[in-house]
Ligand binder design. Structure first.
Ligand code: PHE
Length: 355
C-alpha cells in the first residue's frame, strides 16, 4: 500500500466516524429545530465534516486533492440523506400522534355567562316600537349641544327664568365667538335639528341622554329622555291626547286613563303635564301615587309659534304637538324600582333580573 492510499483510508475513517456520531445525534433529536441544530453542527458551513474536509484538502499533496474532495463530497451527501430521512420520520411520527388523538365529547364544556340588554335599553326599544306603530321615526342628536338648539330656538333666550331649572354643564369652546356649548338638558333640541333639516310632515321620536344638576334617589345628573314631535297641517291637541293614550295603554296596560293638567313650557302653548291613573292601586291611593290616584309621567303641549319662527316653518299653515318623558322614570314605574341609581351601579344581581 502506498502512502497516498493509506492517507485516503485514514480520511475515509475520519468521515465515517463523524457520520456515525452525526447519525446518533440525529436519532436523539426529537424536534425539527433540534434536528437542524445537529445538522448545522456536522454538515453545515462551520460543521465538523466540512472542517475535516478543509483540513484534509490543505494537507494533501496536489495530485491527491481531487480524491480527497470526492471523498468529502460523498460524506456530505450521505449527511444530507441522513438528515432528510430523519426529518421525514419525525413528520410521520407527529402525524401519527395527531391521528391517534381522540376527542372526549363527554367532558363538560366551559359555560359562558350570557350577556343581555340592559333594562333601560329594552324599555327604550319597546317605546320606539310602540311609537313606530303610529308612524314615528327615531331621530337622534348630539349630547353636546349649542346654546341655540338647547335653549334659544326653544324660546328660552339668555336670561329667561326657565333656564334656571336647567342651568347645568357648560363647556368651554375653543372658539369664543362660537355659540356656547352645553351638555343638553333635554332632548327637545332634536325637535329643532329635525325641523331645520326637513319640511313638514314631521313625526319623530327621539331617545337619548340628557344632563342636569340633580342627584338624589330619583334624580341623576345623567338620565335619558324620550322626545316626541308631530307637525303637519291641522294637528290638534286631540291628536296629542290620542297619541298619548295609545302609548299609555300599550305601555302600562289597557284601560288606563290619563288626564292633562295645565302647565308651562316656554316652547309649547298651551302646555300640559300628563298624569296617568295609578295602575298599582287603581286610583284608590297608594305610596306610588302618594295617595292621589294619579302619577305624573310627562310634559307636553302644542308647539309654540315662536319655535316655528326659529326653524322657518309657517305657523299659519302648520301646527304640531311635542312631548317629553324620562326613560328611567317610565321604567321605574312599570317595574316598581325605587332607586334610580340601581340602573347605573352595574350590579349584575340587579340587571340579571330583567332578561
Ligand atoms: N323638554 C321638557 C323637559 O325636559 C319636556 C317637554 C318636551 C315638554 C316637549 C313639552 C314638550 O322638561
Amino acid at each position: 500500500m502506498n502512502e497516498s492510499d493509506s492517507r485516503a483510508g485514514e480520511l475515509a475513517r475520519l468521515f465515517e466516524e463523524s457520520l456515525s456520531r452525526y447519525q446518533a445525534a440525529l436519532a436523539e433529536a426529537t424536534s425539527e429545530s433540534a434536528l437542524r441544530v445537529v445538522h448545522a453542527r456536522y454538515a453545515g458551513k462551520e460543521g465538523e465534516i466540512r472542517k475535516r474536509l478543509a483540513d484534509a484538502l490543505k494537507a494533501a499533496p496536489g495530485p491527491d486533492k481531487r480524491a480527497v474532495g470526492q471523498a468529502g463530497n460523498t460524506a456530505l451527501q450521505k449527511a444530507e440523506e441522513l438528515f432528510g430521512s430523519r426529518l421525514v420520520d419525525l413528520h410521520e411520527q407527529k402525524r401519527q400522534a395527531d391521528l391517534q388523538r381522540r376527542l372526549d365529547v363527554t367532558i363538560p364544556g366551559r359555560p359562558h355567562r350570557l350577556g343581555g340588554l340592559h333594562l333601560l335599553t329594552q324599555v327604550r326599544l319597546e317605546l320606539e316600537g310602540i311609537f313606530a306603530e303610529l308612524g314615528f321615526q327615531v331621530a337622534t342628536g348630539p349630547q353636546v349641544e349649542t346654546d341655540f338648539h338647547n335653549f334659544e330656538a326653544l324660546a328660552m333666550p339668555k336670561d329667561h327664568p326657565a333656564r334656571d331649572m336647567q342651568d347645568t354643564f357648560y363647556l368651554r369652546s375653543h372658539d369664543p365667538s362660537h355659540d356656547p356649548l352645553v351638555l343638553r338638558t333635554h332632548t327637545s333640541p332634536v325637535q329643532i335639528r329635525t325641523m331645520l333639516q326637513q319640511k313638514p310632515p314631521v313625526r319623530i321620536i327621539s331617545p337619548g341622554k340628557v344632563y342636569r344638576k340633580d342627584d338624589d334617589p330619583t334624580h341623576s345628573p345623567m338620565f335619558q329622555q324620550i322626545e316626541g314631535l308631530c307637525v303637519d297641517e291641522g294637528v290638534t291637541m286631540a291628536d296629542l291626547k290620542g297619541t298619548l293614550l295609545y302609548f299609555v295603554q300599550r305601555f302600562f296596560g289597557p284601560g288606563i286613563g290619563l288626564r292633562l293638567r295645565p302647565s308651562f313650557f316656554p316652547f309649547t302653548e298651551p302646555s300640559a303635564e300628563v298624569d296617568i291613573e295609578c295602575f298599582f292601586c287603581k286610583r284608590s291611593g297608594c305610596r306610588t301615587c302618594k295617595g292621589s290616584g294619579y302619577i305624573e309621567i310627562l310634559g307636553c303641549g302644542m308647539v309654540d309659534p315662536e319655535v316655528f319662527r326659529h326653524v322657518g316653518y309657517d305657523s299659519e299653515k302648520y301646527s304640531g304637538f311635542a312631548f317629553g318623558t324620562g326613560l328611567e322614570r317610565m321604567t321605574m314605574l312599570r317595574y316598581g324600582i325605587s332607586d334610580l341609581r340601581l340602573f347605573f351601579a352595574g350590579d349584575a344581581r340587579f340587571t340579571e333580573q330583567f332578561r
